[in-house]
Each structure stands twice: as structure tokens, then as C-alpha cells.
Design a protein around this ligand. Structure first.
Ligand SMILES: O=P(O)(O)OC[C@H]1O[C@H](O[C@H]2O[C@H](CO)[C@@H](O)[C@H](O)[C@H]2O)[C@H](O)[C@@H](O)[C@@H]1O
Ligand SMILES: [Mg+2]
Length: 261
């Protein structure tokens, strides 16, 4: 069931064994005009290290970015992660990435859409099997970009969908879903038997909230703007980081450099 966001309470503190799933953009990092314009500071790295140690490894990023992009952002950390909305996984810290394959037809569509839009403020992110058109720096082009992606969808074989956000639109395989990625982690040794907690900020996180709710976990929508399946909310990135900081145990800390060994 979807609730009105404005009335949502701050999340309860998890009791007993719990695990943590984290969206990145808009949850841990403030949005920037371009995907490459964000940066991770040492405070955030240290917070993640503390939480990961406290949870005996039961922490994973669940993101629309590729795992390669996540590793670049958070280096030297290589935490557990589902990238590309679950098309890629790294189920153990520092482990191998199960990568997704790029269908040739998506690459061709990206070229066509780039030529049609022909605007330096629109960024077309080619993420293998997913194509993202970012219009954050050119909001007036969101409708045009969405129309072009929907036209492209009609020319693809069945098995793709369009996911529209506030500042862009993505074309992706149907199996790209954060909820499925969370279920997959919950079946692994580090997460099994723990209560999932998931923080996310966008439409693409709603499917993850539904799965976490079904599993009896705590789902939290960051900076609410519409309806959501999450029963809890936090006002923005600063509030999310402060809440996580409050959960982070002190005294078990390894440094990011130690974790990268
Ligand atoms: O699932 P997330 O971790 O939230 O990732 C979602 C997308 O994040 C990135 O794009 C978004 O953040 C950019 C930086 O703030 C912003 O410029 C863009 O408008 C946002 O859509 C990333 O580039 C995408 O690949 C992710 O799908
Ligand atoms: Mg996000």
C-alpha cells in the first residue's frame, strides 16, 4: 500500500540482527548536475566501514550505477553491491562481479537518441544493457527524451521497459529490479536471518521497498516527493547520513585502507 509521504515518521531503530541496503545517489550523495560531478568524502567511507564491520558484512549498495562506477567513486572500498538495478552483483566484499552483457541494439539506439537530442546539456549514459538519458541540466528536454526512449522501446524485442525519473529517463531490461537484488543478497550467508533495512530516494527504489516490507524489514524513503511503499522517511541526504551515523557502532572500526587489504 502507498502512503502519503509528508506524514511519514522517522524510521525506528532496528532491534536484533539486521542488514543494510543502500541506494547511492540522492541517499548517500546529494545530486549533482552530472553523474561524474559527485564525490565521496572520507567521513562517508568511514561510516560505511563502521557499519559494515558492525553488521558482520551484511551491507550492500543497491544502485542504478554500474559496480565499476561505484568502485571508482568509493575507492579503495569494494563493498558488496548490486549494480545496474540488480543486473550485476558482487555478493562478497572484494569478490568478483557477475556482470551483465550489453545488447548491441541498445548501443545503436543510444547513438540515434544522442543525434536527435543534440544538446550538450543532456548526458547520455551508456551502462551496457541500460541506457540513461540525464536531463537534470536541461529539464525542458525531459519530455522529448522520454518520447524518444518510448519510441525506442517500441522497436526493441519484448523484455525492456522505460523508467522515468524526475531528471531523466532510463531504458532497461525487465529483470533490472532492486527488489530482486535485495532478495538475492538475503539468501547469502552474510544476510540470512537478518532483518533488512533499505534506504532509497527514487521511483526505482519502490520495488525494493515492497520487497523489504514483505520480508518484515524497514524501508525508508529519502526526501519524499510523492507516494511511496515505504512506511518511513528522512528529509534528505544529511538526515539519512545522520540516522546511519546514529546506528553505527563505535569501537569496531577498520579504516577504509584496512578494509581494502
Ligand atoms: O540507484 P542510485 O544509486 O540512486 O543511482 C541512480 C542513478 O544515479 C546516477 O544518476 C543520478 O545522479 C546523478 C548525480 O547526482 C545526477 O546527475 C542524475 O540526474 C541522476 O539521475 C547515475 O548516473 C545513474 O546511472 C544511476 O542510475
Ligand atoms: Mg537514488
Amino acid at each position: 500500500m502507498r502512503s502519503k509521504l509528508s506524514n511519514l515518521p522517522v524510521p525506528e531503530v532496528p532491534q536484533g540482527p539486521w542488514s543494510l541496503f543502500l541506494d547511492i545517489d540522492g541517499t548517500l550523495l546529494e545530486h549533482a548536475a552530472h553523474p561524474d560531478a559527485v564525490a565521496v568524502d572520507e567521513g562517508l567511507r568511514a561510516l560505511l566501514v563502521r557499519l559494515e564491520a558492525q553488521l558482520d558484512g551484511a551491507l550492500a549498495f543497491i544502485t542504478g550505477r554500474s559496480i565499476a562506477a561505484v568502485d571508482h567513486l568509493f575507492q579503495p572500498l569494494r563493498l558488496r553491491a548490486a549494480g545496474l538495478y540488480g543486473l550485476e552483483h558482487r555478493l562478497v566484499r572484494d569478490g568478483a562481479v557477475e556482470a551483465a552483457v550489453e545488447p548491441a541494439d541498445i548501443a545503436a539506439l543510444a547513438d540515434e537518441i544522442a543525434a536527435e537530442l543534440d544538446n550538450a546539456d543532456v548526458y547520455i549514459e551508456r551502462k551496457g544493457p541500460i541506457l540513461a538519458i540525464h536531463t537534470r541540466a536541461a529539464p525542458h528536454l525531459l519530455k522529448r527524451a522520454t518520447d524518444l526512449v518510448e519510441q525506442a522501446l517500441n522497436r526493441l524485442p519484448a523484455g525492456y521497459r522505460v523508467l522515468a525519473g524526475n531528471a531523466g529517463v532510463e531504458l532497461m531490461p525487465l529483470e533490472a529490479a532492486k527488489g530482486a537484488a535485495i532478495r538475492r543478497f538475503m539468501q547469502t550467508a552474510a544476510f540470512r536471518g537478518r532483518r533488512p533495512v533499505f534506504l532509497g530516494d527514487d521511483t526505482s527504489d519502490e520495488n525494493g521497498f515492497e520487497v523489504v516490507n514483505e520480508l518484515g524489514g524497514i524501508s525508508v524513503r529519502i526526501k519524499p516527493q510523492g507516494s511511496t511503499a515505504a512506511p518511513f522517511a528522512l528529509a534528505g541526504v544529511d538526515a539519512a547520513l545522520a540516522w546511519l551515523d546514529g546506528l553505527a557502532g563505535r569501537g569496531t572500526a577498520a579504516t577504509p585502507a584496512e578494509m581494502a587489504k
